[in-house]
Write a protein that binds this ligand. Structure first.
Ligand SMILES: [Zn+2]
Length: 275
């Protein structure tokens, strides 16, 4: 029923009878290739409101003005105000380095809330963690995970996986139905159950490194972030730095919420220590 397309390193789905494309890439080039592959497009389902998944929308709307754009309601605030995505990464009004097409999506899109009951033949799965409303799609024993899970080459290149809520992302991966034997991510190559385990291990590894560091001594938060990045995923660009930093802060918060660590402001510096 579903067709899968690969453009660059990203994977997309197309439902021929619904003429529905799932995500449309970060910009015009990818969207044009998807249009060529799919032919007619009447609806776009956004798996989540990250610019690298919907930046191609203005181009597709210029070609198909009647296009319906469907998204889970929990993602809508980020589509209404696209600056929220880079602002969340930066922690304030984002600088230009975080305002490129991969992080700052287009505004004023005519999106609509997805009502899954209107698509009885499609099995949507709510996979929260990467974002609050992320949707996956079941295709028999294959699960299109969007960004709930990444291909092996992505995990190896970016071992500090970006998930807004790493604890919830881990819970989502651990509780996926057993019947899925193949996992098709939006980024990178598909894999079997071992790919699921690789993603779980990557999340657990970051939690372990942070816990181990803090269990030995009290550490300034900035030092903890810098050392963890240096050991796992040295960064060369500002956007990669803030992606890693924002992700790591989510892991730190998860540990604090578990009661494993304490954050304390002392002499103008945030210190982290074992609870
Ligand atoms: Zn994403």
């Amino acid at each position: 029923m579903w067709q899968t397309y690969r453009v660059g390193t990203q994977n997309y789905l197309y439902h021929p009878s619904r003429m529905m494309l799932v995500d449309c890439g970060p910009g015009k080039d990818q969207a044009r290739k998807l249009k060529r592959a799919a032919g007619e497009i009447r609806a776009i389902l956004l798996t989540h409101a990250h610019a690298d998944h919907y930046g191609g929308m203005p181009y597709l709307l210029s070609v198909f003005p009647q296009l319906t754009i469907l998204v889970d309601p929990r993602e809508i605030p980020f589509l209404r105000d696209p600056v929220l995505e880079p602002a969340l990464l930066f922690g304030g009004l984002p600088p230009q380095a975080l305002s490129g097409p991969f992080l700052l999506g287009p505004g004023n899109l005519p999106f609509q809330e997805l009502h899954p009951a209107l698509f009885p033949e499609i099995e949507f799965l709510h996979l929260p963690g990467h974002t609050p409303g992320l949707l996956g799609i079941a295709m028999d024993e294959t699960l299109f995970t969007s960004d709930a899970l990444f291909g092996l080459e992505i995990v190896e290149k970016y071992p500090i996986l970006y998930h807004f809520n790493p604890e919830e992302a881990l819970q989502t991966l651990r509780s996926l139905p057993e019947r899925f034997t193949t996992f098709l991510p939006a980024h990178g190559s598909q894999g079997g159950k071992e790919l699921l385990q690789v993603n779980i291990n990557a999340l657990e590894r970051v939690f372990e490194i942070l816990t181990d560091t803090v269990s030995q001594r009290t550490v300034p938060l900035e030092t903890l972030l810098r050392n963890t990045m240096a050991s796992l995923s040295p960064v060369k660009t500002l956007d990669h730095y803030f992606l890693n930093r924002s992700a790591l802060l989510g892991y730190v918060s998860a540990l604090e919420r578990r009661g494993a660590i304490t954050l304390e402001l002392r002499d103008g510096e945030i210190l982290v220590y074992r609870s």
